[in-house]
Each structure stands twice: as structure tokens, then as C-alpha cells.
Design a protein around this ligand. Structure first.
Ligand code: KG4
Ligand code: ZN
Length: 357
């Protein structure tokens, strides 16, 4: 079995996959998956507190792995490789998962497979489905917003990325201005259902530049409107502000995705990351994109270890001989073909750095 671990932000997550029957056309499907969300812990602070998040990971992670073993009737001996998120994310949080994985792999003499959190989001689109070799994807989450062209495993080309805030961050900041509870994205989207998206005109930055998004101006524009309206703000106006802000974010995401698709035709488009849970965004991608649109289920869009395990399986399969014949002597230099012994957590790391040699 392969164990996968995700602790990059405020979700502690584990999954287990079978390594049996890993043939050319395998479909990534977990035997076990669990996510513990720390949302309630961070709610009073209005955002994730890194120190608290990492402490909670270190308490929950071993318990969750124990639960996985109990539920599967498995023991640590059944695990033949560990895939773990090592970047990008909150360093202290990443270190909990990475250190656990290193210790586990060293003690059991098995390989460690380091995964970039963003490639997890990319492959979330193929959990339980046929894998595609080539596809385009928009990853829109609380920390990232980028359009990526994938042309084979670990052959990533970033076509468009944000120069400031991420799309999820924009949702969260506007929600906070409208005094909605954390996490803001879902709350803002719910309020927007009651409002008129054309009530306010909120342009979202750099429309002419195809390689960047910019969302930081939106929160200032919303704040100005709220200050202008002052005490006269009604529920209807709040809903109109929410709907107009949501419309502006979605419009930017869809316009740039269409342009990238036009320049780099792809048969499949994966819409992923926490923001892909947004109802309007899902609907517009399905209606307006001229290709096969793949949108993972809600639980696969937000952070989870299943997507990390799916990438782990692909990496394991790509170097099957090496991984299957892993020998303890290799530990003097490596934890895995891509995992040098001194591998550390990285707060930032471009997808392109994961590119296969
Ligand atoms: O991928 P994710 O779970 O964590 C990160 O890696 O960031 O994404 C979380 C982000 C948050 O900013 C949250 O507000 C946003 O996704 N989000 C939404 C919705 N559900 C979650 N944004 C808009 N509409 C939603 N329904
Ligand atoms: Zn994420």
C-alpha cells in the first residue's frame, strides 16, 4: 500500500492506496481517505493561525494514521511508500507531515515521494477516473491562482498566474468587509445568490495581460463602496455587493482560461482548488468552455490527501522498478529517487520545478 499525507495548511489529511495491479491504465482510487478540517479552531481569528495549525496537525496526524490502519486491518508493514506534500504551504504545517513521513520511511526502509501541493490539485480531477496525459487546468484556491498546461506527467507549463492575491483570498477578503464569517468564500457565494451581479461594476485587474491575474484591487473597490454607503447599508445592498464581487472574480477566471485554451488547445480542462467549489464558476465553466470540463467533487476540490496519493501513484508507476526494489542502503543518500535526505519544506515552489527530467 501507499500512504499519502497532506498538512500544508489547515486540513490534516491521510489516504491509503493499493499498489497492486498498477498497470498502464490504472485509475487512482483510494482504499481509505480521511480529512480533519481545523476551520472551527481558526474561526475566532478570522483566518488560519500557522502556529496553532501546525500544533493541531502534530496531534491529529498520528491518530488519523492509526485510524486508517485500524479501518483497513493493516499495519505499518503493509505500507511500501509514503507520498507527502512538502511544498508550497505554511512551512510549520508542511514540516509536521514531512517529518512524520521521513521518520516513518526511515524506520521502515521504504521510499518517500515528495509531492507539490499544486500537482495534487491538478490530479484531483482524475481520482476514480481515467487519467489523461495532456490537459489544461485552472487551480484556484486560497493561496494560488494559476492556469497550467500539462503535457505528460510532471511536464507542467504555467501560462497565467496571479501577481498579488489569490482568487480564494479575494473571496475571503471581500467576505470579511461584508462581515461574513470565515471562511468567506462559501458565505459570500451564498449571499450572492440573493443579489444582482450587475448592481456594481467591479473590474478585476489586468484584463489585457494574458499571463497574469490581479485580484488585490477588488477588496479596495468593495471597501470604498461600503464606506460610501455607510450606515445606510441594507441586506439587499450587501447581497448586491457580494454578487457583483463574485461576478468580477469569476469573469476574470473564465476570460483568461478561455484565452489560454484558444492559444493552447486542450481536449480536457480541469477546474480545481477550493474556489472550484463555487457554484457560479462551475456552471460557467461547464457552459462556456469548448472542451471536456472536469470538475472534481467538492471534497476533492478542497485540500485532501487523496489527490496527493494520486500523484504519488503516478510517480511510483513511472519508476516502478526502483521503488519496488528499494533497498535500505540507498538511505545513506536518498529517501526516494526525487527525495534527497536533506529535503525540506518549501513555503513557495513553482509547479515547473517539479518537471520530470
Ligand atoms: O484549496 P483550498 O481548500 O485551500 C488552499 O489550498 O488554499 O481553498 C480554500 C479557498 C478559500 O479561500 C475559500 O474561501 C475558497 O477556497 N472557497 C470558495 C468556495 N468554497 C471554498 N470560494 C468561493 N466559493 C465557494 N463556494
Ligand atoms: Zn489547496
Amino acid at each position: 500500500m501507499l500512504l499519502s499525507i497532506e498538512t500544508s495548511c489547515d486540513e490534516t489529511a491521510v489516504a491509503v492506496f493499493s499498489l497492486d495491479k498498477l498497470t498502464q491504465d490504472f485509475i487512482p482510487e483510494p482504499l481509505y481517505q480521511a480529512v480533519y478540517s481545523q476551520t472551527k479552531t481558526h474561526q475566532p481569528y478570522g483566518g488560519v493561525v500557522p502556529e496553532i495549525a501546525s500544533r493541531e496537525h502534530s496531534i491529529k496526524l498520528p491518530l488519523m494514521i492509526n485510524d486508517a490502519f485500524t479501518s483497513l486491518g493493516a499495519t505499518p508493514k503493509d505500507i511500501k511508500a509514503v507520498a507527502v506534500t512538502f511544498a508550497p504551504g505554511l512551512k510549520g504545517c508542511l514540516l509536521v507531515g514531512l517529518s512524520f513521513a521521513k521518520a516513518f520511511c526511515l524506520s521502515r526502509n521504504i521510499p518517500l515521494i515528495p509531492i507539490n501541493h499544486l500537482e495534487g490539485h491538478l490530479y484531483a480531477g482524475f481520482v476514480g477516473k481515467d487519467l489523461q496525459n495532456s490537459f489544461m487546468s485552472l487551480i484556484a484556491s486560497g493561496g494560488h491562482t494559476e492556469i497550467v498546461f500539462v503535457n505528460g506527467f510532471r511536464k507542467y507549463r504555467v501560462l497565467c498566474k496571479t501577481r498579488d492575491d489569490a482568487a480564494g483570498e479575494a473571496f475571503d477578503k471581500v467576505a470579511s468587509i461584508l462581515t461574513l464569517p470565515y471562511p468567506g468564500g462559501p458565505a459570500l457565494s451564498k449571499l450572492a445568490e440573493e443579489g444582482n451581479p450587475k448592481a456594481f461594476s467591479f473590474p478585476v485587474g489586468v484584463p489585457e495581460d494574458n499571463s497574469t491575474f490581479s485580484f488585490s484591487g477588488l477588496k479596495t473597490a468593495v471597501l470604498r463602496e461600503v464606506q460610501k454607503i455607510g450606515a445606510d447599508i441594507t441586506e439587499e445592498i450587501r447581497a448586491n455587493l457580494a454578487a457583483s464581487a463574485e461576478h468580477a472574480i469569476v469573469e476574470a477566471l473564465i476570460t483568461k482560461s478561455k484565452r489560454c485554451l484558444k492559444k493552447n488547445p486542450a481536449k480536457h480542462f480541469v477546474l480545481t482548488g477550493g474556489v472550484a467549489a463555487n457554484r457560479l464558476l462551475r456552471q460557467r465553466f461547464n457552459d462556456e468552455l469548448d472542451c471536456d470540463v472536469i470538475i472534481p467533487s467538492h471534497s476533492l476540490c478542497t485540500d485532501n490527501a487523496t489527490m496527493i496519493g494520486a500523484v504519488g501513484l503516478l510517480e511510483y508507476f513511472s519508476k516502478k522498478e526502483t521503488y519496488q526494489n528499494w533497498s535500505s542502503t540507498q538511505h545513506s543518500e536518498f529517501l526516494g529517487p526525487n527525495a534527497p535526505y536533506q529535503l525540506g519544506a518549501e513555503a513557495r515552489l513553482s509547479l515547473e520545478k517539479m518537471s520530470a527530467s
